[in-house]
Design a protein around this ligand. Structure first.
Ligand code: B16
Ligand code: MG
Length: 222
């Protein structure tokens, strides 16, 4: 592989990489499913990681064997989001995942560009509540893309805003759809979670405390 002297750029997914909001999504979706007369399991919640809100609702309604019109789905998605927002309003910096603060601090100190690449439409509120907003040179989230992961749009836009080439861009993702989006964008990808769930990631770690800037930079030569 070609060696380059260009600096790397780092693109972070939000939920499951920097903060753990999966538990709040789970509670809010479960409440909605229960109100419609069926249950929603944690295993099903796992399948919604990285999946945008309307697609998540479609999957849940399918699991419950329920059909709704487009207008009804808008109402249900808004109700779920209201519950979810009420919970994330109370988030604090204590809910930032292990290693995230140290890595973001070290990257920023080294002048390495940092972007957010998330499916969430609530990313601004989460970044504000967890005091992470100041680390980001660019934010691309569910409000600024028209397609959902595994489409690469979110990461391509993030790299463009950072002025970074794809071969210098490293994506950090906890969801299979996100790893697939990074691969489709032709970028390097660090998986967060279990290797068997994240095929295609160049390296898989449990959390961001398990990787250094030198190890991230070395991914280019792999
Ligand atoms: P919202 P990420 C994703 O965020 C979550 O993983 C996924 O579970 C959620 O449905 C999606 O955001 C949309 O979130 O309802 O807040 O717009 O992992 O891409 O940061
Ligand atoms: Mg995620």
């Amino acid at each position: 592989m070609q060696h380059t002297t260009e600096p790397i750029a780092c693109i972070f997914d939000l939920d499951g990489v920097l903060v753990d909001t999966a538990v709040y999504h789970y509670k809010a979706w479960k409440q909605l499913a229960n109100s419609l007369g069926f249950d929603f399991t944690e295993a099903q919640n796992e399948q919604l990681k990285g999946v945008n809100r309307m697609r998540s609702l479609d999957m849940i309604l399918q699991w419950g064997g329920i059909e709704k019109s487009s207008a009804e789905k808008d109402v249900l998605a808004a109700a779920k989001n209201e519950q979810y927002v009420a919970m994330i309003q109370k988030m604090t910096v204590a809910e930032v995942l292990p290693g995230a603060l140290d890595l973001l601090t070290a990257l920023q100190a080294k002048g390495i560009k940092i972007a957010l690449g998330s499916a969430s439409k609530n990313s601004s509120l989460i970044l504000e509540r967890t005091e992470l907003a100041h680390f980001f040179d660019a934010i691309v989230d569910g409000n600024s893309v028209s397609t959902s992961k595994p489409d690469p749009e979110v990461f391509l836009k993030a790299a463009e805003l950072l002025g970074a080439e794809k071969e210098n861009s490293v994506v950090f993702e906890d969801a299979l759809a996100g790893v697939q989006a990074a691969i489709a964008a032709d970028m390097m990808v660090v998986g967060i979670g279990k290797a068997e769930n994240l095929p295609g990631a160049q390296v898989v770690i449990n959390d961001l405390s398990e990787i250094t800037i030198s190890e991230i930079e070395a991914l280019r030569t792999r």
